[in-house]
Design a protein around this ligand. Structure first.
Ligand SMILES: [Zn+2]
Length: 305
């Protein structure tokens, strides 16, 4: 049972929103599933955390959000995280075993692994209608700055973002992970902005605050020191994948009959491994033929309608 949670707070005049998440179990699960190297754990963990927080801003019930970072000279390859408005999060790294390098101060060099230049894609699917697609160039490859830049450029929302993943120095297991997003909404006055900027400049790193035992509510209240704070909502979040045989069969619809048959190996089985949760979905030759037959039958009935 995951104990990860997310909280959203707002000032009474609606001028400032703060959202904090403890994503320790989510990042731990992602790292275990994908057997990531230390730097890949940090990159994936930061993006999973960003997706967790951004997913919570979606208002529609069946809305989902996809973040995709692709650096130009990237050792991780693409890093992808998907979340929804119900607190489900998942992700993967293209090259989970990429080499790990450190800055002189001992911190993981995430920017080098992700790529300092490249693209951040943000896709919001609202469950109905056209999805929203935003794209910004990477500004640092450290991910939090790239999320800040996305909000400033694509959504014109002044944003401060902190994302942290703390690994054990010896065995590189995930000890703590979390994130904080603070946004200025229309209605914030200059005085508030100055006060908030001072708070943010004095804020300790996310994992330092979590390590002290601060709750996500206390972290939001510290970021909003000097302001009245209302808690909008607090909810559990978790690493979860919704893949199924049915969804994979749906994905076959882009393939021809012969292409579906060619998926079977010499032993007569096709195997699809989910990128996000590593679950193996197996189809026998016979089942593939059945899928082709049922597809032909349903497309015939489409024609007669
Ligand atoms: Zn899956």
């Amino acid at each position: 049972m995951s104990k990860d949670r997310i909280i959203r707070c707002i000032t009474p005049d609606g001028g400032i929103m703060a959202c904090a998440a403890d994503t320790t179990d989510i990042v731990y699960t992602g790292a275990k599933l994908h057997m990531t190297s230390p730097v890949a754990t940090a990159a994936l963990g930061r993006l999973l955390t960003a997706a967790t927080i951004m997913g919570a801003q979606l208002k529609q019930d069946d809305a989902s959000l996809t973040l995709r970072i692709k650096g130009d000279e990237s050792e991780t390859g693409a890093v992808i995280a998907v979340s929804d408005s119900k607190g489900n999060v998942k992700g993967y790294v293209q090259n989970p075993d990429c080499p790990t390098e450190y800055y002189a101060n001992g911190k993981l060099n995430v920017a080098k692994a992700v790529g300092r230049t490249g693209i951040l894609n943000v896709m919001k699917d609202f469950g109905a209608g056209e999805p929203y697609v935003g794209q910004v160039p990477l500004v640092s490859g450290e991910i939090a700055e790239d999320i800040t830049s996305y909000y400033a450029t694509s959504e014109q929302i002044p944003t401060a973002c902190a994302l942290g993943v703390l690994l054990d120095k010896e065995d590189h297991q995930v000890l703590l992970a979390g994130g904080l997003l603070i946004q200025l909404l229309p209605g914030a006055c200059d005085e508030d902005i100055d006060k908030l900027e001072k708070n943010i400049s004095e804020l300790e790193p996310m994992t330092t605050m979590l390590a002290k035992g601060m709750s996500i509510e206390e972290i939001c209240r510290t970021a909003l020191k000097g302001f009245d704070v209302e808690v909008l909502d607090e909810a559990p979040v978790r690493y979860a994948c919704s893949c199924s045989r049915e969804k994979i069969i749906d994905a076959f619809s882009t393939l021809s009959d012969d292409e579906i048959r060619s998926l079977a190996d010499e032993k007569g089985y096709a195997e699809a491994v989910c990128h996000f949760c590593k679950k193996k979905h197996r189809f026998s030759k016979l089942q593939l033929e059945q899928i082709i037959k049922e597809r032909a039958a349903s497309s015939d009935s489409d024609k007669t309608e």
